[in-house]
Design a protein around this ligand. Structure first.
Ligand code: ATP
Length: 726
C-alpha cells in the first residue's frame, strides 16, 4: 500500500503534482502505469523520467467539468477501475485506523477485493498410507524361502541311505513332510559340493510339522560313515522332556550304526554324565607330568585357583591320581550330544576333556525360547567355544615350534535354528553368529502361493496353526467356578462316558464363527452366556470319549492345586490324572499306559509330542500369542485332528478375543468358536458337585495353612515355564 499513499486525494505528493498539473485546483490521480512503481535498483532515474513523459503523452489529463461539483476528482476514464479500487482501499484503511483508535478490533469480515480470480485447483489427492518398500531386515530374513505345507515327497527320493530308509519305513514313515522335503536337500551331504562352506539355516514351521526328523536325519546321515568317535553334533532344546524325545527319534534313525548318542540334562548327576561324555585314558609323558604336578602343587600351596579354568583344575585333579610319569588323556565318548543349554555350559566350563572343537552341527530347537533368556549366557559361551581355532591334534614337544603350520580346525559348525514361532529379531539371531544364513518358512498353501515379488517385506512373518486344529473358547463368568466348568467340559465334551455322565448336560454352543460373538466378546458375562446357550451348534465336535487331554495352568503351584481339586471333586479321574511339572514327574514316553488327563505348566507347551493327545485345555489364558501357538500345538500334530479349548473369565475376554482369537499375525484354518457350557443347577447334581468343590477347597486350605507354618524350601522359586531350560 505504500506507493498509493502518495496519491491520497487532495494531498498529492509534490512530484506527481508537478508532473501532471496545468490545472491549478486538483491533482491528477495516478494512472495504472504510475501505480506500478518500478522495483529494484536496475531502473535508473533517467529511464524513470522518460517513462513519466511517455505516460503524460499517452494519457492527457481530462478537463475538469465545472458543473460536476463533487469531491471526486476527475478520473481518466481509461483507469477508472484502478482508481475506484484505490479509493476503496484507502477508505478501508481509514476506517481501520479510526476503529483502532476507538479500541475496536476490525475483523476482516469481507474478502479483500482484487482482480485476480483464483484459478480452479484440482481436487487434492489423498495422501496414501506409508507402506515401506524396503525392509530393515537383512535380505535372507526379509525374503525367505516359502514352502507350502502340502509339498511332500517320498523319502526314497531324498538321497537317504538304505539303512535310514529302512528305519523310517519300519516306523511307517514313507513320505517326507513339507519341512523335511525342504530341509533334507539343503542339509544332506552333497556329492559334488563338499568344498563349499555350509550355509546356516533358520526354519519356521508349524507345531507338529516334523521339524525333529528334519534335522535329525541329516545329522545321522553325516555321522554314519565316520569311523572315529568325536563330538560332531550338538542339539540344544529347552527341557529334559524334549531331550528325551529328540533322543528317541535320533536313536531310532541311528539304529545299526556305531553312532554314540549322549544326553545332558539338569536332573542327572554331572559326574555320571561326564563319564558318558568323555573317555579318560593315560599316556606316559614324564616331562609333562612334572610340569602338571608343579602346577598342582602351586595350586594347593598358593591357591592359584583364580588363574585356572574349571576344566584345567579338573585335569590337575586327574593328574595327581595317576602314577608318576603319566598324564591324563581325554577323548569324546559321544558323536551326538542332546542337551539343555544350562547343562551344556556346565560341561564346557567344568568337564575336563569336553570340547566343541570337532563340532560340525549345532541345532537349536525352540530357538525363540532359548534366545529369549540368557540361561547362563549359553549362546555367547557356546559360539565362543565353536569359534576357537585350535590345532586338530596336540603338538608334540618336537613339533611345538611348528604348531602354526599344523592343520587347524577347518570345519565350521553348521547351525540349524528352528521354531514354530521363529523370531525375526535380528539382534537375537546375530548372537548366534550365523554364516551365509537362509530362512525357510513353511506356510499354508494359500499363503505360499503369494508372489514373493508382490509380497511385502513382512509377509513372511506371523505364525501358523495346524490346519487340522479346531479351537473353542468357553466363558466362565467371573472365574470363581472355573474348576466346575473344567469338569463340565471334561465330562460333556471329552470323556462323556464317565460316571457322572448320567446327569443331563445342557451344554450348548453359539454360532460357529467368532463374528457372531463379536458383540459380547469383550465383556462376556454369565447372564450373556445363559442367553446364548439356547442356540444350537450343529458343527460342534462330537465327543470322542477315548481322548487324552493336556491342561495348562500358569505355575507349578497352580497345577498342583488344580490336580487336588479335580481329583477330589471327581474321584474317578484320580487314577488317570498326572501332574507334569518340573517338581513332580517325568513322562515315560515308552509306556503304553499313558494318563488320560495331564495337568501341567508352560514347560509342556514346547515340543512335547504325545501322539494320543486329542485335546488341549487352556485352564488359564496364555500370556502371549506365541505361547498360545505352542500350547495348542500339542494336539493336531502330523496331520491328525485335535481340539483346543480356552476357558476365559469376564475380565480376560477382551484381551483373549483381540490378542489371541482374532489376532492378525496368525494363520488359522477356522475361526475360534465360542461355546457355552451350563453348570447343573438342580439340587441333586449341582448341589453334590458344589459340596464336593467346597470340601476340596477346605482340604486345600488346611494343606496350605499347615505348609505355611513350616519354613518354605523353595522360596523365591519362579514359575515353571520361566525355569524351563534345566
Ligand atoms: N514323515 C513323517 N511321516 C509321518 N509322521 C511323521 C513324519 N515326520 C514326523 N512325523 C511325526 O509327526 C509328529 C510331530 O513331529 P515333531 O515332533 O518333529 O514336530 P515339530 O515340528 O518338532 O513340532 P513342535 O514345533 O511342536 O516341536 C511326531 O509324532 C512324528 O513322529
Amino acid at each position: 500500500m505504500a506507493p498509493y499513499a502518495r496519491y491520497v486525494p487532495l494531498k498529492p505528493a509534490a512530484p506527481v503534482a508537478a508532473a501532471t498539473t496545468t490545472l491549478e485546483h486538483v491533482p491528477t490521480p495516478p494512472t495504472a502505469k504510475q501505480v506500478k512503481v518500478p522495483k529494484g535498483p536496475s531502473r535508473s532515474d533517467d529511464s524513470g523520467r522518460k517513462k513519466r513523459k511517455r505516460i503524460e503523452r499517452d494519457n492527457p489529463p481530462t478537463t475538469h467539468d465545472a458543473d460536476n461539483d463533487t469531491d471526486t476528482p476527475p478520473v481518466p476514464s481509461k483507469h477508472s477501475a484502478v482508481y475506484s479500487k484505490f479509493q476503496k482501499a484507502a477508505q478501508r484503511s481509514e476506517a481501520a485506523k479510526a476503529s483502532a483508535l476507538d479500541g475496536h478490533v476490525v475483523l476482516p469480515d469481507q474478502p479483500e477485493l482484487h482482480d485476480l480470480i483464483p484459478l480452479p485447483q484440482p481436487e487434492r489427492a489423498p495422501t496414501p498410507d506409508f507402506v515401506p518398500s524396503f525392509s530393515s531386515l537383512p535380505q535372507w530374513l526379509a525374503h525367505p524361502t516359502i514352502v507350502s505345507q502340502s509339498t511332500t515327497r517320498p523319502f526314497n527320493e531324498l538321497a537317504l541311505s538304505k539303512k535310514t530308509l529302512a528305519h523310517l519305513e519300519a516306523r511307517g514313515y514313507t513320505t517326507a513332510f513339507a519341512v523335511q522335503a525342504a530341509l533334507l536337500p539343503l542339509l544332506l551331504p552333497h556329492p559334488y559340493l563338499t568344498h563349499l562352506p555350509p550355509k546356516d539355516v533358520c526354519v519356521s514351521a508349524p507345531t507338529g510339522s516334523g521339524k525333529t526328523l528334519a534335522y535329525v536325519l541329516p545329522i545321522i546321515e553325516n555321522l554314519r560313515p565316520r569311523l572315529d568317535t568325536k563330538l560332531r553334533a550338538v542339539i540344544v532344546v529347552p527341557t529334559r522332556e524334549l531331550v528325551a524325545q529328540a533322543y528317541t527319534v535320533a536313536s531310532t534313525c541311528a539304529q545299526g550304526s556305531a553312532i554314540q548318542i549322549a544326553l545332558a540334562v539338569g536332573n542327572q548327576s554331572v559326574a555320571a554324565e561326564q563319564d558318558l561324555l568323555v573317555k579318560r585314558g593315560r599316556s606316559y609323558n614324564p616331562e609333562r607330568h612334572r610340569s602338571l604336578m608343579n602346577k598342582a602343587r602351586k595350586r594347593q600351596c598358593f591357591e592359584l585357583d583364580s588363574d585356572l579354568t574349571d576344566t584345567d583344575a579338573a585335569m590337575l585333579d586327574d593328574v595327581v591320581r595317576l602314577p608318576t610319569g603319566y598324564v591324563p588323556t581325554y577323548s569324546s565318548a559321544a558323536d551326538l550330544l542332546i542337551c539343555t543349554p544350562g547343562r551344556l555350559v556346565e560341561h564346557l566350563t567344568a568337564t575336563a576333556g569336553f570340547t566343541l572343537d570337532h563340532v560340525e552341527w549345532l541345532v537349536v530347537d525352540e530357538a525363540d525360547r532359548l534366545l529369549d533368556q540368557s540361561f547362563q549366557e549359553w549362546v555367547a559361551k557356546v559360539t565362543a567355544a565353536l569359534d576357537v581355532q585350535k590345532p586338530l591334534s596336540t603338538p608334540s614337544p618336537e613339533t611345538a615350534a611348528l604348531r602354526h603350520l599344523m592343520p587347524h580346525r577347518e570345519r565350521y559348525a553348521r547351525k540349524v535354528i528352528l521354531s514354530a514361532t521363529m523370531t525375526r529379531d535380528i539382534s537375537r539371531l546375530s548372537a548366534l553368529k550365523l554364516r551365509r544364513p537362509t530362512m525357510v518358512v513353511v506356510k499354508t498353501e494359500a499363503e505360499a502361493l503369494i508372489d514373493p515379488d508382490t509380497a511385502t517385506a513382512n509377509s513372511a512373518e506371523g505364525f501358523e496353526l495346524p490346519t487340522t486344529l479346531s479351537e473353542f473358547a468357553v466363558p466362565v463368568g467371573d472365574g470363581s467356578d472355573k474348576p466346575l466348568f473344567l469338569l463340565e467340559l471334561l465330562r460333556s465334551r471329552i470323556f462323556p462316558g464317565s460316571k457322572l455322565e448320567s446327569r443331563t448336560l445342557q451344554d450348548d454352543s453359539s454360532s460357529t464363527s467368532t463374528s457372531e460373538s463379536d458383540s459380547s466378546s469383550d465383556d462376556e458375562s454369565s447372564s450373556d452366556d445363559d442367553s446364548d446357550s439356547s442356540r444350537s451348534n450343529n458343527l460342534a465336535p462330537k465327543p470322542t470319549g477315548n481322548g487324552m487331554v493336556l491342561i495348562f495352568t500358569p505355575s507349578t503351584e497352580a497345577a498342583a492345586r488344580l490336580h487336588h481339586l479335580i481329583t477330589h471333586i471327581e474321584p474317578s479321574y484320580k487314577a488317570t490324572t498326572l501332574l507334569l511339572t518340573k517338581a513332580s514327574t517325568n513322562l515315560n514316553f515308552n509306556t503304553s499306559s499313558l494318563p488320560r488327563i495331564i495337568i501341567s505348566t508352560d514347560r509342556a507347551s514346547r515340543g512335547l509330542d504325545l501322539p494320543l493327545l486329542t485335546h488341549v485345555i487352556n485352564y488359564t489364558i496364555p500370556r502371549s500369542l506365541a505361547s498360545y501357538v505352542h500350547r495348542v500345538g500339542r494336539t493336531a500334530r502330523a496331520g491328525r485332528s485335535g481340539e483346543a479349548w480356552s476357558l476365559f473369565a469376564e475380565n480376560e475376554g477382551r484381551w483373549f478375543w483381540n490378542e489371541i482369537a482374532r489376532a492378525k499375525g496368525i494363520g488359522r484354518n477356522t475361526k475360534v468358536e465360542r461355546t457355552n457350557l451350563k453348570l447343573a443347577t438342580d439340587q441333586k447334581e449341582g448341589g453334590e458337585m458344589r459340596s464336593r468343590y467346597v470340601d476340596a477347597l477346605e482340604g486345600m486350605k488346611n494343606i496350605v495353612t499347615s505348609k505355611n507354618t513350616k519354613p518354605r524350601k523353595n522360596k523365591g522359586r519362579k514359575d515353571d515355564d520361566v525355569e524351563m531350560a534345566d
